[in-house]
Design a protein. Sequence first.
Length: 620
Amino acid sequence: MSQVNRNDVKMAIEKRIRKLEALQQKDGSWRMCFEGAMLTDCFYMFTFTSFGKEPDTVEKLKVQILKKQRDDGSWAAYPGERNGNLSATVLAYAALRFTGVPAQELRNSERFISTNGGINKAHFMVRFMLAIHGMVPWPHFLKFPMTALLVPTTFPINFFQFSSYARIHFVPMLILLNKKFKRISKHSVQLEHLLYEDEWDDLNDIRAPFQSITDEWSRLSRLPARLHRAGYSYAQTYMQERTESDGTLYSYASATFFMIYAYLALGYEENNPKIQQALKGIHGLVNENCNGIHVENSTSTVWDTALISYTLQQAGVPFKQKTIQSANHYLLQRQHVKKADWQIHQPKAEPGGWGFSDINTNHPDHDDTSAALRALTRQAREEPSSKRAWKRGTDYLLAMQNKDGGWAAFEKDTDWWILGKLPIENAEDAAIDPSTADLTGRVMEFLGTYANLKKDHASIKKAIRWLHKQQQLNGSWYGRWGVCYLYGTWAALTGLAAVGVEPATKSVKRAVAWLKAVQHEDGGWGESCRSAEVGTYVDLSISTVVQTAWAVDALIASGEQGSDEVQRGIRFLLTDPLLQASIDYPTGIGLPGQFYIRYESYPYIFPLLALSHYRIKAKS
């Protein structure tokens, strides 16, 4: 196949640069839609209807949700999901009933719920919200005494062995579970006719290897009442210390909803400033330009800004240009400066990471940290203040490497496998924060390319060994935070290339062969969200611009820029305007099976990055 016309590539790059420059905000950031699951929309409908606030927004969300209903009465977690999604359907049905939609208008939804196992098979977060509003009963048993929060971190079993994102949701949910809190109002509708067994049987079904944990919890539940009161006090302080300036908990809407009800369960009045500020913070996450109206679970501003600044620089925009200077100034203001929960597992590290959202100060993550550092590297070489920030961030990132050699999303060594086997939905995805191929590859790519740490460095050696062990038999890697095997393979290959692993290496050759094998006839690549549910690659009927860019970029990093597959992939990326379905398909993951993410920024970022890397390699 003939080589792609270099002038076409140049023109496409320049066009995409101009578009991104036009979208930049005055503060230097890019503020683009972070579209997740309906969960936040429905939780908003419950909460704000209950408080009698923002009826116009609730009505708009109601209309939006009704538009998404499928012919069989179900709702899906992502476009093209087979047979509908039970949790999404239960949640949408209950939220619509709560906000006044009559049962007769939702008979198809009732039938779908009934024939797919009933409300008791929906995700436990959904059931919590229904129980809060008296729509289904709370369980009679008590599995998680508040005293569990008081166990010192030096003990083998303690609360901080859960992942940070599990903890921030569990604390308010534990208060609600222990208090059996109900906020029954004129809006509450009984849904017990859609239960077909004890709704919480799955949470009660804890056997070996969890018996020692449950035995310990049972002993904790028999401790004196004053210690249980101390547990409630600890939980209250825990939430308050992790509340951001806008009133949200860790900047997550999902956790903040439960925090509001937890405060009510603790005796706070509705007009309490903490509750009102939390409501205001959630309402601030309403975005009416997010494929319609949507309540974002958080903003993605730091993430988007870091990726765009770096990508523009890769595309040839000088770091001294105003666009980059403004973006990097924004990023420097968002670097974390205080110790937070991550210090429990790594007390020797100093602050230096970045978080995901605009107002995040408590919860740095390794992906955002490496992304911000990429954006700042060129500037750090010439400016002392940027250099100090870059050094703090790099040191922090290195300190957070897990013992197994990989990197997790948020913390170090919060990967106790037993917690990942707890019989609750998504335990393996949320209760623990293990090393993942995508995070490990992305961190390696930064360290190898911009910190000049190569394969003979001790930390990199460990990371390479871990990554090789995680490679699938077909040559791919599974990515936890993107869809899915294309994402993980891109991250792994770019990471390995950055630290000096040769293209002729067996693991690289196998991965390259796999990528070539799954390319579509139109030159693109596409993978279904279903891959995350079944644990194996599931092809998508369409090619997406984002996943195509990942595949092309991975092949270029592996020395394949002259191959027919890359030429065809570049031609696909040059088609502009791109197919809307391709742009709208979610390529990010929050929780497999439940929470998929469409980043508005991704179709701007990753095709430009792949085209820029192609141009750089074509010149060399």
